[in-house]
Design a binder for this molecule. Structure first.
Ligand code: XIL
Length: 379
């Protein structure tokens, strides 16, 4: 791997910090100045963004200006996950989620709930007893039901739809081995959908997952949706997270999955759109080993100041290609949501390796639209 762009000049740091070098400069054209992303997209689909707590609480005013101007939908990046909203049995923390829903209502933004049942960011207590042993099926069902009814019930009529189950199918199409699966088997998914529907019969219900271009997972998700439908359970859409990289996924495989999900009769949502501009790391890479060497660390974090023009151009072209795909299928795509407002907010700066400087989102660190976003706005 080449090590260019790793020498940091102090003066460039200053420029980089305000994003002047990032992605084509800070002077949007006059028309880009006037228009907005949501206007340009019109009624093709909702265009959303995830908000962190600094944003949903109103503290990050610069980001909120971008949100109000360019987006018409929001979702909580973290504060509605079970570990955050239900940290201990019998104790809920609603303040942050309440603020997000209020912000959405006050500004006419459609609010999505993320997420009800997920093995990750699950509070320690949820699936174990006081001795730390797995609870019985009956206890876990009761806890799921109480959690779902309380959270969905609190925002009844105010949240348009919920990611009911997140990331439950693995790449061979089988079920991920999680505490929910271990204790309840496949049944935990229909139960979660049933409880959510009982708590708010008008809310849309979604199944959400990543790596959806993968044929095995695609087939597994199609099977799951069909099973839920056959049992008469409500499912409105499949959420394709859409965490992309420069070399994955293959756009045709992604499109095939969009079509396969739509063919079951549900809508498709791109729920967590971003594209890392950095070298791809797999979760299985032994990051602690390779990050021992400074040279390797620099190779994995090659653009600490700004994205070189050549990379920026490829990144923008690839984002535009995906955007065009979503537009092409806007008869089935009902929402496209970016997983954060600006590059500085993106989880990709710390995943799958902490401390990188990524350029994954639609707005740069100076709150300016990326070139492909300007193009959408002005065309
Ligand atoms: C991520 C958040 O962005 C991070 O802030 C948090 O530390 C971990 O979770 N799939 C999902 C999202 O469904 O909830 C995850 O969000 C990203 C992967």
């Amino acid at each position: 791997m080449k090590l260019r762009n790793t020498i940091i000049l102090p003066s460039l740091w200053v420029l980089g910090a305000v994003g002047v070098l990032a992605c084509g400069g800070v002077r949007p054209s006059a028309t880009a100045d006037e228009g907005s992303l949501k206007q340009a997209i019109g009624d093709r689909f909702l265009i959303g963004t995830a908000l962190n707590v600094r944003q949903s609480s109103g503290r990050d005013t610069a980001a909120l200006r971008v949100v109000k101007r360019h987006f018409n939908a929001i979702v909580a990046e973290n504060c509605m996950k079970s570990a955050e909203i239900h940290p201990e049995e019998g104790r809920y923390h609603f303040d942050d989620a309440d603020a997000l829903v209020n912000l959405g209502e006050a500004n006419g933004l459609t609010v999505t709930g993320h997420c009800l049942i997920w093995h990750s960011q699950l509070p320690r207590w949820f699936a174990v007893d006081k001795e730390g042993k797995p609870v019985s099926a009956e206890v876990l069902k009761a806890r799921m039901k109480e959690h779902i009814s309380t959270v969905v019930g609190r925002y009844k009529g105010r949240i348009k739809g919920w990611d009911v189950v997140n990331e439950a199918i693995v790449e061979d199409g089988s079920y991920r081995k999680t505490p929910f699966y271990d204790i309840l088997g496949e049944e935990f998914i229909p139960l979660a959908f049933q409880y959510a529907h009982e708590a708010d019969p008008d809310a849309e219900l979604y199944y959400n997952d990543y790596g959806m271009d993968n044929p095995g997972r695609r087939d597994g998700v199609v099977r799951l949706v069909k099973q839920l439908k056959e049992r008469g359970l409500r499912i409105d859409a499949v959420g394709m997270q859409g965490h992309l990289g420069m070399d994955y996924p293959d756009i045709h495989a992604f499109e095939t999955s969009m079509m396969a999900f739509a063919a079951t009769g549900v809508k498709v949502m791109i729920t967590e759109w971003d594209m890392s501009a950095l070298p791809t790391l797999t979760r299985s890479a032994n990051i602690s080993d390779i990050s021992d060497t400074a040279a390797f660390r620099q190779a994995l974090n090659p653009y600490p100041v700004a994205l070189p023009d050549s990379v920026s151009q490829r990144w923008n072209a690839r984002m535009k290609e995906f955007f065009n795909l979503f537009v092409k299928h806007s008869d089935v795509v009902t929402r496209v949501t970016a997983w954060g407002v600006t590059d500085g907010d993106s989880w990709k700066n710390n995943f799958p390796m902490p401390g990188r400087h990524d350029y994954a989102l639609l707005f740069d660190r100076a709150y300016q639209p990326k070139p492909f976003v300007k193009e959408i706005i002005t065309h």
